[in-house]
Each structure stands twice: as structure tokens, then as C-alpha cells.
Design a protein around this ligand. Structure first.
Ligand code: AHR
Length: 492
């Protein structure tokens, strides 16, 4: 069965830009994200570039990764940067208290992270330690990384192999300080933010944006307090994870029932309400739109597969659609939203890439990775409002939108339109109204089953293919989308 829908793209309201940073990533010292994930070390038999898995580097470049947030997460507020510099075999062995008390050998530290960002061609975003650190420690780390003259710390950096200072455009002052980052009240945190911010200096030509720790989900009071009492806040972070049925009883990553399918998508769509409230709070505190919203953790969080502290999960077509509806909503809020970071890049939560255990060669790109690929045309493009009229998608008594979409104009003048059909079994025929289009082409991501996913043995079960379900007639674009699918069309 196919439902009917329309999408109208307003090409005359081209006012906002979709920052490429909305497509940001997050890599924490957690489970196998860094070790046995991105970082295998230069002596590994896995093909690598100075210790970074080559296949991962290539895959992340292919989706134009714009930034990478590090070292956490909760890990950030127990991280002491001096543990991760100097000869690797002399670095201390510390305990990762947040993620299973494993012994961290600190072989991946400042140089390894900043050099990785250079290799990927992306901007580094570092979350500094407010929970158990000090302004002195943060200030010294900033000087070490970014000072361009001959202070002792800059000389130490040079001695450790890096002559030129790095550029660090994004500085997070703490992470989840309402929870794992120190269990603080918003008032207490804001006082600490003010203190730390004074010492988060520009060294030489580096002018980082200082991002305050924002709330979890719908703790709007936290946001209001930080914005009211914080001085020099240039960005406010925010976190929201999608889980179903709830935080305490997370479902299986490979669930294949209709209730879990639609329930998860309903939870994903909640991000619109959160961003609408966030916009309102920020508009009232900062009507000139100077403070950016940095949604620096989002994504699906299912029941864990490899022990509670590793947060390894499979990623299915359902996760892919969670990502695509997030991006449509992120685009809609791009006036205030300057960055988002999916959690996390490799082997943790809603990962782009899964690697085989134990430094083996095989890796897979997840369906979520393919959504990042389909949507990369929207990076730094001009946002075009798209109005969707479609039937609700109803399961039991629960009603959600049946179709999600967003559009932008890229530099070459083409309009790129992404559409998701959320329905688990019905297709949808869509008329797209957009001025001056004569040609359409596109790619689609869909699947045979509700929990289709890629494995090391079958890495191409879910991957984009050419889309022949769209045509242009008399100025209208007709699109036939199968159930559970996402497409990106280029209209010219
Ligand atoms: O992404 C996993 C964890 O989720 C992060 O460490 C923390 O910030 C959040 O609670």
C-alpha cells in the first residue's frame, strides 16, 4: 500500500546556512572507540597511518567529517593531559573510572588526537576537565597546544615532536557537570564556568569558542541558569539520547517488532521539541544570536552487547532513520544550532564504523554511516524551508509524522532534498513542489527487514543504491518511496 504526501520547498526563503559542523563526530576513551578502534598503534598488522587505522581514516574523510570531539564524555572530567604526552612507553597507566575501570595506557593522547584531526582535515573540539581538574591545568594544556612562542610549555611540545602550534577552534568547559562531571547544581557549575573561562585564554593566534556545559534532555532550568549567570558564554552544549522504551529498560539493537520500530522513531522526533524550547530560551537570553547551540552528544542507546561499560551495539536501518530525522530537524534549527556530535564514531553507541575485536582487519560501515554520506551535500549549504503534508503514521494509539524531509541549496545552485519514509511497511507517493526544476537524480537507503544491518561477513546488506523512483513532470517532482527508507535527491 502507498500513501500520498506533498512537500513544498520554499526557494525564496534562503536565509540560513547549515553549518558543516552539524555533521560532527565524538570519540571517547570508552570501550573500543579509540583503542582497537581508531587507534591500533604504528606496529599493528592492521594497515595504519602512524597508528590510525587507514580504512577508518579513509571512511571518515569520505563523509567529510568536519570536527571531532574528544576525550569524552564522562572520561573528560577525569582526564589529566600530562598523562598523554611524551614517549608512549613512559606514560603512566591510569584507571578509567567511568567505563569499567580498565587500565588506560595513555598511548593515545594530545599529539595523537591533534594529529588525527589534521590527517582527517577536521577541526578538533576538546572537552576540558572541570569536574576533577583545575583552571591551572586547563590553561597549561591550552598553552602547550596553541602557544606560538618559546614558553617552557611550547618548548616541551616542540621537544615532543610538534613544532608549530595546533589550532583548537572549540573548547568545551566541562562535560555533563550535572552528572558524571561532578554532580553539580547549575548555579555551582556556572560559577566554575566563569572561573575557568577567565583562564581559557587565546594563546597567539588561536581564538577558541568557549562552550559551557548545557543540560540533559529537558532540564531547561539548567540552560536558563547558565545563560543568565554565565559570563562570556559563546556556546551552550546539550545532550539527548534516543532509547526505547525508556532509559532504565533499553531495547535490543536488533529488535524487529513494529512497536520498537515506531517507538524509537517517536523518541527521535522529540529532538524537535527540545530544540524549539532551547531556541526560545536562548533567544530570550541572547536575542542577537551570538551564543551558539552545540548539541555535542546525540544518537541511539540500546541494550549493551559486550558488557555494560563498552557500549558496543549493532546499527540497523532503524538507527539510520533515527539519524536522518535528526538531521532534518537539525537543519530546521540551523539558525542557532552551530554543531552536533553523534555518539560515537567507532564501536560505541550509534557508531559509523564497527571493527572486529582484537586488531583484526575487518570493519563495516553501518547504515548510520550511509546516512552521513547521503546528507553530506547539506554541509555548509543554504537551508531551504520544506513543508511536508503527509498522513500520520499510527501504531496502536501512537501517532507520529509519516514523512520527514529537509532541503538546501548547494554552491553549484542545485537543490538537495532528503526525504525519509518512517513507515515500517507502507510506501509513500510524494509530489514535490519546487520552482524551476527539470532534472532529478538520487540515492536511496532502504532494507528488506526492520532490523537489517551489516556484519563482518555480510558488510553490504544495507547500503545506498541509485534511486529510480523520481521523475519530473510539468514542474512537479514525483517521488515513490518504499517503506523504511531515506533518499537524497538532487534537483536541477
Ligand atoms: O557517550 C557516552 C556517555 O554518555 C558520555 O561519556 C557521557 O557524556 C554521556 O552520558
Amino acid at each position: 500500500m502507498s500513501a500520498k504526501a506533498t512537500i513544498r520547498i520554499d526557494t525564496f526563503k534562503a536565509e540560513q546556512r547549515i553549518s558543516r559542523h552539524i555533521y560532527g563526530q565524538f570519540a571517547e576513551h570508552l570501550g573500543r572507540c579509540i583503542y582497537d578502534g581508531i587507534w591500533v598503534g604504528p606496529d599493528s598488522k592492521v594497515p595504519n597511518i602512524n597508528g590510525y587505522r587507514k580504512d577508518i581514516v579513509d571512511a571518515l574523510k569520505a563523509i567529510k567529517i568536519p570536527n571531532l570531539r574528544w576525550p569524552g564524555g564522562c572520561f573528560a572530567d577525569d582526564y589529566h593531559w600530562r598523562d598523554g604526552i611524551g614517549p608512549r612507553d613512559k606514560r603512566p597507566r591510569t584507571v578509567n573510572i567511568h567505563w569499567g575501570n580498565y587500565v588506560e595506557d595513555n598511548s593515545f593522547g594530545t599529539h595523537e588526537f591533534m594529529d588525527l584531526c589534521e590527517l582527517l582535515g577536521c577541526d578538533p573540539y576538546i572537552a576540558f576537565n572541570v569536574g576533577s581538574g583545575s583552571p591551572t591545568e586547563m590553561r597549561a594544556w591550552l598553552e602547550y597546544m596553541t602557544f606560538d612562542r618559546d614558553s617552557s610549555l611550547a618548548l616541551e611540545r616542540k621537544k615532543n615532536g610538534r613544532e608549530k602550534p595546533w589550532k583548537l577552534p572549540f573548547v568545551g568547559i566541562g562535560n555533563e557537570n550535572w552528572g558524571c562531571g561532578g554532580d553539580m547544581t547549575p548555579e555551582f557549575y556556572t560559577n566554575l564556568f566563569n572561573q575557568f573561562r577567565v583562564f581559557a585564554r587565546d594563546f597567539g593566534p588561536n581564538h577558541p569558542i568557549r562552550i559551557a556545559c548545557g543540560p540533559n534532555v529537558e532540564d531547561y532550568n539548567w540552560a536558563s541558569v547558565v545563560l543568565k549567570n554565565g559570563r562570556g558564554v559563546q556556546g551552550l552544549s546539550w545532550h539527548y539520547y534516543t532509547h526505547y522504551p525508556n532509559w532504565q529498560t533499553k531495547g535490543a539493537a536488533l529488535a524487529d517488532d513494529v512497536d520498537s520500530w515506531q517507538g524509537m522513531l517517536e523518541q527521535a522526533l522529540r529532538i524537535d521539541k527540545i530544540l524549539t524550547r532551547a531556541d526560545a530560551i536562548m533567544d530570550s537570553a541572547d536575542p542577537e544570536n551570538r551564543i551558539g547551540l552545540y548539541f555535542d552528544e546525540w544518537g541511539t542507546w540500546h541494550r549493551t552487547e559486550h558488557g555494560d561499560s563498552a557500549l558496543y551495539q549493532q546499527s540497523t536501518i532503524r538507527d539510520a532513520l533515527v539519524a536522518s530525522v535528526h538531521f532534518d530537524i537539525f537543519h530546521k534549527h540551523c539558525r542557532r544550532l552551530r554543531m552536533t556530535n553523534i555518539a560515537q564514531t567507532v564501536n560505541v553507541l550509534q557508531a559509523m564504523i564497527l571493527t572486529e575485536v582484537g586488531g583484526q582487519n575487518r570493519m563495516v560501515l553501518t547504515p548510520t554511516y550511509h546516512v552521513f554520506d547521503l546528507y553530506k551535500v547539506h554541509q555548509d549549504a543554504t537551508y531551504l524551508p520544506a513543508t511536508v503534508v503527509a498522513n500520520d503514521y499510527v501504531v496502536g494509539g501512537r501517532k507520529i509524522a509519516g514523512v520527514s524531509a529537509s532541503a538546501s541549496r548547494s554552491e553549484d545552485g542545485n537543490v538537495n532534498l532528503s526525504i525519509t519514509n518512517l513507515h515500517h511497511e507502507d510506501g509513500v507517493d510524494i509530489d514535490v513542489e519546487v520552482a524551476g526544476v527539470t532534472r532529478v537524480s538520487g540515492k536511496i537507503l532502504t532494507s528488506a527487514t526492520l532490523n537489517a544491518h551489516n556484519t563482518f561477513d555480510k558488510p553490504s546488506e544495507v547500503k545506498p543504491t541509485g534511486f529510480d523512483g523520481a521523475s519530473v513532470k510539468g514542474g512537479t517532482v514525483r517521488v515513490s518511496l518504499p517503506a523504511r527508507s531515506v533518499v537524497t535527491l538532487t534537483l536541477s
